[in-house]
Design a protein around this ligand. Sequence first.
Ligand SMILES: *Cc1c(COP(=O)(O)O)cnc(C)c1O
Length: 357
Amino acid sequence: MLKLMTPGPTRVRENVRMARSLETTNPDLDLEFYEYYRETCELISDLLNTKNPAYILSGEGILGLEAACASLTEPGDRVLVIDNGVFGRGFADFVRIYGGEPVLYTTDYQEIIDAAALKEFLERDHDFKYATVVHCDTPSGRLNPVQDICPLLKSYGILTVVDAVASMFGEPVRVDDWQIDIVCGGSQKALSAPVGLTFVTVSEAAMKAMKERKTPIASFYANLTIFEHYYRDKWFPYTMPISDIYGLRRALENVKEEPQIYERHKQVAEYVRNALQAAGYQLYGNGYSNTVTAMVVPEGKDAKAILNGVAEEAGIMLAGSFDVFAGKLIRIGHMGENANMEDAKLTVEALLKVLSK
Ligand SMILES: *Cc1c(COP(=O)(O)O)cnc(C)c1O
């Protein structure tokens, strides 16, 4: 099997794989499981620096994004979709599906969002129920200054939804300080648990907006209000994937047990960026996330051939990119378990060797 250096799914540590093999109970009926689920949610809130409750949903990362939009959007609602990347723009689809009117604020995909320019836009138009923004837009590797964007949006009374799937646990995320009403995370990125779970934290203001809707939420699976009283009522809206949650819990504990986790990501990311640039290769855009590096495919080279070359040379799997970046970028995912200096060096060496051929 190739060694994963992709920006999710990432490698899964043995203790997480073992946790998933533990004996299971009936998670609908066993009251101890309600305690376990709640403690796991509290650990998520804790690691994301928020007092807001977290909910773990059974579904891949995309479900969290859709659930935020499904739960907040009423037909006719204007929603500000902050777009400087593929995931950024993608939120417009969810808003449309649930009857909202997405208003795209689109900027150069090479640049991170400039809060001062956004402020100018908002001065002219700020009639939005909520806004969506991506922290790390993975296909291009941008890291947006959510810490500036969300307080700005809130100063205009706009609720904030942040996709931090590819940043959290590789970059610090401070939900309360940054005024994020709904943050979306996933199991398979820097957390390094297998694919299959998404989790969100929901502020009081967001929950209030969901409950004060005039029309019902047009989904069951993507309805965040149905989780609100699971603990009081000892009732989950559907049977919880208990083994996935055992694995997630262990992965969260791994994060908690490593106070230097953000420093580790930073060191590895800086090494990769510096090594590629020193060898004369170009990184895409400005404002890099420490979880992924996107390198521009040099003139005359073929992305697929580079990926195959690295796989053959060193047994390492890298990723290309997709959508508007298909064939144009090569991505190294140095997040979670992938983010260690030894593998970063092997990866860079192999990549440079293949590129020089
Ligand atoms: C990985 C990821 C998701 C989850 O979606 P998939 O495309 O199914 O992997 C959502 N948002 C971002 C920014 C991601 O990187």
